[in-house]
Design a protein around this ligand. Structure first.
Ligand SMILES: C[S@@+](CC[C@H](N)C(=O)[O-])C[C@H]1O[C@@H](n2cnc3c(N)ncnc32)[C@H](O)[C@@H]1O
Length: 248
């Protein structure tokens, strides 16, 4: 899919099935990791791209950072703004495409968090990295957080076809994934049952290996990239997530 995973995957179903799983405890834990890895100076400028419904951006703003959040889904932005108002924090939320975000440079840090990378063809994915580099000041730092592809491949080897089931009352979301090692892409068939109606959709994600991603980051203008796991420790086999810390 060259123009991204788009509205089939996000929007209303994401709000219904996934947002309840991204609860305060989980979001706080993730913000704590982001904080520890970025070590932002008081009042640092941070770009959250894409920001989704603002769960990370609002929390970073509550800790005193100057946050800009960009997403292309109006429902998520509306939710993010409403939550910011309820929390009494200010975030500059903007509608935009992560390949060409409406920002100028000068950010101290940028995050692309919670499996928000790999939505496009390789040129599009590289454009996202260039946009993140362009947004940062020299010495600014980027954090990327994604599913680890080797963990997915291991699950496929162990279980044949990994199935994720999310239940919300009587509604069900079922994801069946496979991995194409030649293209470096996962392909997922999603079945959603809501109010007794069944809908099917498919999406694909580019999942670069870390050495491949490091090459893309270098091409985009980053000077170094470290591979970490979901606790911020050096990445090793068995990690569920790959967290990359790179410096412009
Ligand atoms: C998995 S969510 C993660 C959101 C957020 N980073 C978080 O941690 O909750 C991915 C987000 O990417 C957004 N998105 C998808 N394609 C996009 C694009 N082309 N430009 C900007 N945002 C996009 C979706 O609307 C969704 O909010």
């Amino acid at each position: 899919m060259t123009d991204g995973v788009g509205s089939d995957i996000f929007g209303e179903d994401y709000l219904h099935f996934f947002v309840p799983l991204l609860d305060d405890e989980r979001s706080e834990r993730e913000v704590e990791l982001i904080w520890r890895l970025l070590m932002p100076a008081p009042g640092a400028r941070v770009l959250d791209l894409p920001c989704g419904h603002g769960r990370i951006a609002n929390r970073l703003a509550a800790r005193g950072l100057k946050v800009t959040g960009i997403d292309n889904d109006q429902r998520f932005l509306a939710r993010a703004r409403a939550d910011a108002a309820a929390l009494g924090v200010t975030v500059d939320y903007r509608d935009g495409d992560m390949r060409a975000p409406p920002v100028h440079g000068g950010f101290d840090a940028a995050i692309n968090w919670f499996s928000s990378f790999g939505y496009f063809d390789d040129e599009g994915n590289r454009r996202v990295l260039r946009a993140l580099a362009d947004a940062l000041r020299p010495g600014g730092r980027l954090l990327l957080d994604m599913h680890d592809r080797d963990a997915l491949v291991a699950r496929i080897a162990a279980a044949g076809e990994p199935v994720q089931v999310v239940e919300m009352g009587d509604d069900l979301l079922v994801d069946r994934a496979r991995f194409d090692p030649v293209a470096g892409r996962s392909h997922t068939e999603r079945i959603v049952v809501r109010g007794g109606r069944v809908r099917r959709t498919q999406f694909t994600l580019r999942m670069p290996s870390f050495p491949e991603l490091r090459g893309w980051l270098t091409d985009a203008g980053f000077s170094d990239a470290r591979a970490l796991d979901e606790r911020g420790a050096p990445f090793a086999s068995g990690a569920r997530r790959l967290v990359v810390l790179a410096t412009r």
